[in-house]
Design a protein around this ligand. Structure first.
Ligand code: FES
Length: 112
């Protein structure tokens, strides 16, 4: 696992009233969301037809709602809670004194 710094702090990532932020991690766009006091990181595109999840919203239960067909995903687990059978890829995220970091599996070389 390689940890990539994506912001100096939570406050830098989420302005007032903002609960979703896209960040670039190792060439990938990752969506970081804030639900209650917790942060979760997941794929920025919907696994159904590729809509940009940041253009959706978080519902009252903290589920991420896709802007295109309104499928709902639990950002904690990636589960498609509206039942269509998709899965939203998740990443690990941590908030430390040194900043906010997203973890990615190490890239392997063609022989590795
Ligand atoms: S593209 Fe997200 S639900 Fe269809």
């Amino acid at each position: 696992m390689v940890w990539h710094k994506v912001a100096e702090s939570r406050a830098e990532l989420f302005g007032a009233g903002v609960d979703m932020a896209e960040v670039e991690v190792d060439g990938k766009t990752v969506l970081v969301v804030k639900v209650g006091g917790e942060m979760y990181a997941c794929a920025s595109k919907c696994p159904h037809a590729g809509a940009r999840m940041k253009d959706g919203y978080l519902d009252a239960q903290g589920n991420l709602v896709c802007p295109l067909h309104r499928y709902r995903f639990d950002p904690k687990t990636g589960r498609n809670v509206s039942g269509e059978g998709y899965f939203l890829k998740r990443y690990v995220v941590k908030d430390t004194e040194d900043g906010v970091f997203v973890g990615m599996e190490e890239k392997k070389g063609i022989f590795g």
